[in-house]
Write a protein that binds this ligand. Structure first.
Ligand SMILES: [Zn+2]
Length: 326
């Protein structure tokens, strides 16, 4: 059965683009390969181009500037689409996902994690849209022309979107590019919740009320997200699950279930989805990788109805994609 839609992974940039051809999407030892997606009931995957910056870029040996780096990974992404067109097809709107599904093809949706390559130029939003980007995380872990990241510094947490940030989200709404608030600071998230004309997503974030990590969403954010028709993608990063998971360096299916139940309680079942962060997280998973998604679903089935499971797997994603992406 093809039914899992996942809002975030780092496979393309972190495992494939810089591998100098050694790692491909079809078959590999990453969390995500197309073979693993087929085993794991995959339907559609958002593939993020994450942009390394500052000391992170330095530690990875990346010397390209953000815009150049986006284009570098983008070329690799297109190559992978071409090589795997018998299994995988790009999707730019909901109808594409439906059409691909009918042909038995997995869907790939291009995303960008960090709006830093916009460099304050509104026409870049259009350029990325033309290149197929349909979801943009406004920040990663550094300030950019749009906004501020989630931070240990309470003063940074209080800074709202920048004037260009408001311009950028309005253009994203017009074009049909999903606004992603994962990694965005608290005040920025509230600004987006208030000003976006379309449902938004936190592509890979859990509940802060259950695990007090600043990358997770507060109860108030979850409530507003639900009211806005948005969703949050359950992230499998151990430090976002619990202190115990962090200590054991292991995320279990039960950890995912706990956050799913909590988010359902605060935001409603319509706001629960998957946002694995596959190939962007360093911890172990008791279900292994994408091919273990049926184990995650089986664990959810003990606590959710069949209809709720379908919502988490793909129905909520269909609704948000249908309303916010074109
Ligand atoms: Zn991330």
């Amino acid at each position: 059965m093809m039914r899992v839609i996942d809002f975030h992974c780092d496979t393309m940039g972190e495992r494939i683009a810089r591998s100098e051809g050694k790692v491909g999407l079809r078959s590999n030892d990453c969390h995500i390969s197309l073979e693993k997606m087929l085993k794991g009931e995959g339907l559609a995957q958002f593939f993020a181009i994450w942009i390394p910056l500052h000391d992170t870029a330095e530690s990875l040996g990346v010397t390209m500037q953000p815009y150049e780096y986006f284009n570098f990974v983008y070329e690799k992404y297109k190559e992978e689409l071409e090589k795997n067109k018998d299994i995988l097809a790009p999707a730019f709107c909901l109808d594409d996902i439906k059409a691909n599904r009918e042909k038995g093809l997995l869907s790939s949706i291009l995303a960008i994690e960090d709006s830093v390559p916009l460099e304050g130029k509104i026409e870049r939003v259009d350029e990325f849209y033309q290149k197929g980007v349909r979801l943009m995380s406004l920040t990663w872990n550094y300030e950019n022309s749009v906004a501020y990241p989630t931070s240990a510094d309470p003063e940074i947490m209080k800074k709202g979107l920048k004037p260009f940030g408001f311009e950028a989200i309005a253009r994203m709404n017009e074009l049909g590019m999903i606004i992603d608030v994962s990694h965005l600071n608290d005040a920025g998230i509230f600004d987006v919740l208030e000003h976006s004309k379309k449902p938004i997503v936190a592509s890979h974030s859990n509940a802060r009320g259950l695990c007090n990590h600043r990358r997770n969403l507060t109860d108030e954010m979850l409530k507003l997200l639900g009211e806005k028709g948005g969703l949050t993608g359950l992230n499998y990063c151990a430090p976002f699950m619990s202190e115990e998971a962090a200590k054991n360096n292991l995320t279990t299916c039960d950890d995912i279930v706990r956050h799913a139940l909590y988010i359902k309680n605060k935001a409603g079942i319509d706001a629960v989805a998957f946002g694995s962060d596959f190939d962007g997280i360093g911890n172990n998973l008791d279900f292994g990788d994408y091919s273990g998604m049926p184990q995650v679903i089986a664990a959810l089935e003990k606590h959710f109805t069949a209809d709720e499971i379908e919502k988490i797997c793909w129905k909520n994603a269909y609704r948000v994609i249908g309303e916010s992406m074109k």
